[in-house]
Design a protein around this ligand. Structure first.
Ligand code: HXC
Length: 520
């Protein structure tokens, strides 16, 4: 190789110097502070996320938009590192906000770096991963920084459902720094070092006099247990980043691709004897539906989404003979598996996420109904419950329903019944499908007989038995074709795998529209 001349050597050295300056971000001292807070730096996070050596940086030398207040301020890398790379060989785009540079705050040029890779991701059909660690709109840039957020929000919305967008929250994120993640498909947070709020504790104190800490206002536990804003919480940056990779493994690159199929050694015909111990015909004996899921899916691996919020419904990803599937299931251990406002929101959102990205949906039903109560009615359970009905009907992915035990009333319909668009409905011999449970039904239908009887208790018991005989089994619904088959519990895995394979090339179209009008 020929040695470059002096002039070229100087140009190369100048480039390397500039690059080193950008890569140093806010400097060693601020980076040290970042590490002391248990956090990785922006570049270390990218390194952890991507396959070694695959990172291709973009907009490296972009500088901040100059104005009077920004004069003399240095912002190496403009507070965000952007580019592309691969995860397990699959191309993704990533932006990683650098808190060491002006608190990772977002100015116009910072935003332009982010929108650049969002546009490239949309054009090439690849997921976008945002590693958020930002104090929100850059105060010194005024309306320009608000405009920058607008450009990002706009893209979050128009690319929604086109390519997966995943947000990690890895520091104190305020204002615009939380609305962009809120427009993406999934939010993952790190416990103890990440926060999300629109206005911080100081502002809240001055306006409402409420005193809160960062953690009790917008920590990972708040958003994965109380508000339902975030989907998953982890201990530390590394775990969050590994969580992103895990999640991505269940999603395709974009809405045109089918959901991934991963190789597995778990036999298709593995029998599920364990289910006989987990689910008994005794309606009063609750069981953990997660145990049922783990028994059915490949290697017992289930990535539960929002496991700590609205626990009466379970949603998450798993594989059946390698095929990625989304699972929606009632949880008899919480509120008897009834549906309420939060459960409806959680399920509807997940169903729509699966449908966007062609992930087939398995629904496991053991539901007593919609939760009765004044607060539920005042809170708009009608509007929220309708989201579930809407989301299932709207979804065109393969949809298989399995009724494990009870399925009553409106909740029977909301849990993807035949009439709401299920492609195949199975039931176990333990299943009962009715307008309501036998006790409640007897009280209403036979109220007069019971009241007029010489022995009301005996008459009531007799009427309950009569009702059970007539409805409390899967065969009435099966006789009318609402259930395709009543299947042996031990053969469920094989049956589900074969059914999803049968449905793999399913196509379903809908009447022309701009977009549907889901009740919000
Ligand atoms: C510019 C900022 C900044 C901001 C912080 N910094 N916030 N620079 N614009 N918004 C700078 C600090 O001056 C400091 O610079 C460095 O970032 C680190 O900040 P600290 O305050 O020292 O860090 P910490 O104590 O960890 O507190 C982090 C924080 C706090 C909680 C995020 O900085 C904070 O409350 N910032 C303001 C948040 C905010 O109100 N953002 C605007 C939201 S409105 P040096 O040089 O010392 O390192 C918004 C509008 C969009 O986003 C709304 C769309 C709907």
């Amino acid at each position: 190789m020929t040695q470059p001349g002096i002039e070229l050597q100087e140009l190369i050295a100048a480039m390397e110097q500039r690059r080193a300056r950008v890569e140093a971000g806010g400097g060693a001292e601020r980076q040290q502070k970042q590490r002391e807070g248990g956090k990785l730096t922006a570049r270390e996070r990218i390194e952890r996320l991507l396959d070694p050596g695959s990172f291709l940086e973009s907009s490296t030398f972009v500088e901040h938009g100059r104005n009077r207040l920004m004069d003399g301020i240095e912002a190496p890398g403009e507070g965000v590192v952007t580019g592309s790379g691969t995860i397990g060989g699959r191309q993704v785009f990533v932006f990683s906000q650098d808190f060491t540079v002006l608190g990772g705050s977002l100015g116009k040029m910072n935003a332009s770096k982010v929108t650049k890779i969002m546009d490239l991701a949309a054009k090439t059909g690849c997921p976008v991963i945002g590693l958020n660690d930002s104090a929100g709109a850059r105060i010194q840039e005024g309306v320009d920084s608000l405009s920058g957020y607008g450009e990002i929000f706009y893209r979050n919305a128009i690319y929604s459902g086109s390519v997966p967008q995943i947000s990690a929250i890895l520091g104190p994120c305020a204002g615009g720094a939380v609305y962009s993640p809120a427009l993406t498909d999934f939010i993952l947070m790190s416990r103890g070092s990440s926060y999300m709020f629109i206005t911080g504790p100081e502002v809240i104190k001055s306006v409402t006099r409420e005193e809160v800490t960062f953690d009790t206002l917008g920590g990972a536990d708040v958003h994965t247990r109380k508000s339902g804003v975030a989907h998953l919480a982890y201990e530390g940056d590394e775990a969050v980043i590994d969580g992103i990779k895990d999640l991505l493994g269940y999603l395709p690159q974009n809405a045109r691709e089918k959901a991934p199929v991963k190789p597995t050694n778990d036999p298709v015909s593995r029998r599920n004897e364990k289910l006989l111990d987990i689910v008994t015909p005794d309606q009063r004996r609750p069981y953990a539906m997660q145990d049922v899921v783990r028994e059915l899916v490949d290697d017992g691996t289930f990535l539960e989404i929002q496991p700590d919020w609205a626990k009466n419904i379970i949603v998450g990803f798993a594989c059946l003979n390698g095929q990625s599937v989304g699972i929606v299931a009632n949880n008899p251990k919480a509120l008897s598996g009834s549906l309420n406002i939060d459960a409806s929101d959680k399920a509807a959102r997940f169903i729509r996420t699966c449908d966007c990205y062609n992930v087939p949906i398995l629904t496991l039903v053991d539901v007593s109904g919609f939760l009765p109560g004044v607060q539920q009615e005042y809170g708009g359970i009608i509007r929220h419950g309708a989201k579930m009905l809407y989301a299932y009907a709207e979804a065109t992915v393969p949809k298989v329903t399995l009724i494990t035990r009870k399925s009553y009333g409106g909740a029977y319909l909301a849990m993807n019944s035949r009439d709401m668009g299920a492609d195949v409905v199975y039931a176990w011999p333990t299943a009962t499908v009715a307008v309501m449970g036998a006790e409640g039904a007897a009280n209403i239908v036979y109220r007069k007989d019971i009241k007029d009887s010489e022995n009301p208790a005996a008459t009531r018991a007799e009427k309950i038995a009569e009702y059970k005989e007539a409805f409390d089994n899967p065969y009435v619904a099966a006789a009318k074709g609402y259930i395709d088959d009543v299947i042996p519990m031990e053969e469920t895995r094989e049956r589900l795998i074969k059914t999803f394979e049968m449905l793999r090339d399913k196509e379903e179209t809908r009447p022309f529209k701009k977009h549907g009008n889901i009740p919000l």
